[in-house]
Design a protein around this ligand. Structure first.
Ligand code: MRU
Length: 363
C-alpha cells in the first residue's frame, strides 16, 4: 500500500469544495466529503472529521479561500463601482468569516496561524479589486499545504538521525499523515525508516476517548506494512517497564515559547512515564505549531469536549450511568522539563527551549 494514495485535505476548484477524508469513519470506511459552505467546514473541524493541528491549518486555508470566492461573487452581483468601497466590504466579510472558522477549535495554533497567513494576503492587497485578490489567496492556500509536506519530511529526517534499526517506538494519539497532509510529524521518522528497511516495532496508545491511536495511527501505519502493536493508554507504563520501548514520539497542538507543549490528553502521562524509565520523549513540532506569543503552557486554552464522547459515542451500548458528570479535556500540557527534545523542520531543539526554539524557528 502506497502512503501517497491518501489525500487528507484538498481543494476541488471545479466543485468549489474543500475535500477531506471523513476521519470519524476510519478505519472501517474511507469516505471523502466535499464541503461547500463555511458552516459545513466549521462543523467538520469541530466534529474531528478533519483533525490534527497541521491538517486543520491546511483545511482552514482552503476553507477561507472558498469563503473569499463566495464573498466576491456576492459583491459582483452588487456591481459596486468604487474599488475602495468594494475592497472594504470584501475585507470586512473576509475577516468575519475568518473569525468564524477560527472559533471551531481553540487549542491547535495552526488554525489561527493559517488564517492569519491568509488574512495577510488580503491586507497586503489593500484597495485592490476583490476579484484580483482571489488568485493570491488560492496560491497561499496551496503553499500552506505544500510547505506542510516538506516540513514533515524534514522533521522525519531529523528524528531518524536519533534512531537505530529495530528500535521500539511508542506514539500517542494520531500525529500521522492523517493529521497532516503527508508523513505526519510524530510518524515521519517511522515512514522514512520503513522505506529504508529499519524494521521498527511501533506501539500505538489507543488514546481514549476518541481512539485516534487505535482508529487512525494503528490503521495508517499497519496498512503500509509496519510492525504495529496497539495498547490501551493505561498500559504504556508497563510496556516501558518491559524494556520494549526505546523512544517516544508525539505531535503537538501548540508549543509555548518555553517548550511547554499541548497535545492530546494523556500525552503528559506518557512523558512522565518515559522520564521515570529513562526513555527519550520527543515532541515533533512544525514551526507553525510554535506560539512565540505564549510564554508558557499555563495560558494555552484547553478544549473541553462533549461528555458523550466518554460515555457512549464509540460504544454499542452506553458505558456509564445516565447523567454521570464527565471530565473531558481534549488536550493536556507536557511541561518542557519532561521533554527530551522538540524536533522541528529546522533541527532539534533541546533545553533551554526558550533559546533553542527561537534560534531554530525565528530565522
Ligand atoms: O483532537 P485531535 O485529534 O485533533 O488531536 C490531535 C493531536 O493531539 C495531535 O497529536 C496533534 O494535533 C499533532 S498532529 C501532527
Amino acid at each position: 500500500m502506497d502512503i501517497n494514495d491518501l489525500e487528507v485535505v484538498d481543494l476541488d476548484e471545479k466543485d468549489g469544495a474543500l475535500v477531506i477524508i471523513d476521519q470519524t469513519k476510519l478505519p472501517g470506511v474511507t469516505e471523502y466529503l466535499h464541503l461547500h459552505t463555511q458552516k459545513e467546514i466549521w462543523d467538520a473541524i469541530k466534529k474531528l472529521q478533519v483533525r490534527g493541528a497541521p491538517a486543520i491549518g491546511v483545511a482552514a486555508g482552503f476553507g477561507i479561500y472558498l469563503a473569499a470566492c463566495d464573498i466576491c461573487e456576492g459583491l459582483h452581483a452588487k456591481n459596486m463601482a468604487d474599488k475602495n468601497e468594494a475592497y472594504d466590504e470584501f475585507a470586512s466579510d473576509f475577516f468575519n468569516a475568518s473569525d468564524y472558522l477560527n472559533s471551531s477549535r481553540p487549542t491547535a495554533v495552526n488554525l489561527s496561524w493559517a488564517l492569519k497567513r491568509m488574512g495577510k494576503v488580503v491586507s497586503d492587497h489593500k484597495g485592490e479589486a476583490p476579484a484580483s485578490i482571489l488568485p493570491h489567496l488560492k496560491e497561499e492556500s496551496y503553499a500552506i499545504k505544500a510547505e506542510d509536506q516538506a516540513t514533515n519530511k524534514a522533521i522525519g529526517e531529523h528524528a531518524l538521525s536519533l534512531l537505530k534499526p529495530h528500535m521500539g517506538l511508542l506514539t500517542h494519539c494520531n500525529a500521522g499523515l492523517l493529521a497532516t497532509t503527508k508523513y505526519g510529524t510524530a510518524t515521519a521518522a517511522m515512514y522514512l525508516g520503513h522505506e529504508r528497511g529499519y524494521g521498527f516495532r511501533i506501539y500505538c496508545d489507543e488514546t481514549r476517548p476518541l481512539l485516534q491511536g487505535a482508529r487512525l495511527t494503528a490503521w495508517e501505519l499497519s496498512r503500509v506494512g509496519m510492525d504495529v502493536t496497539l495498547l490501551c493508554d493505561n498500559m504504556a507504563n508497563s510496556l516501558m517497564k518491559s524494556g520494549k520501548i526505546d523512544a517516544v514520539f508525539t505531535g503537538c497542538d501548540r508549543v509555548a515559547a518555553n517548550g511547554d507543549s499541548a497535545n492530546k490528553i494523556g500525552t503528559s502521562y506518557v512523558a512522565l512515564a518515559a522520564k521515570r524509565h529513562g526513555i527519550p520523549f520527543y515532541i515533533c513540532a512544525p514551526s507553525s505549531t510554535i506560539d512565540f506569543d505564549m510564554p508558557d503552557g499555563d495560558a494555552i486554552v484547553i478544549e473541553q469536549r462533549d461528555p458523550d464522547e466518554v460515555t457512549e459515542a464509540w460504544y454499542k451500548n452506553r458505558m456509564a450511568p445516565e447523567n454521570i458528570k464527565v471530565y473531558n479535556p481534549a488536550f493536556d500540557v507536557t511541561p518542557a522539563s519532561d521533554i527530551t527534545a522538540i524536533i522541528t523542520e529546522n533541527g532539534i531543539a533541546r533545553e533551554p527551549f526558550t533559546e533553542s526554539l527561537k534560534e531554530l524557528c525565528c530565522r
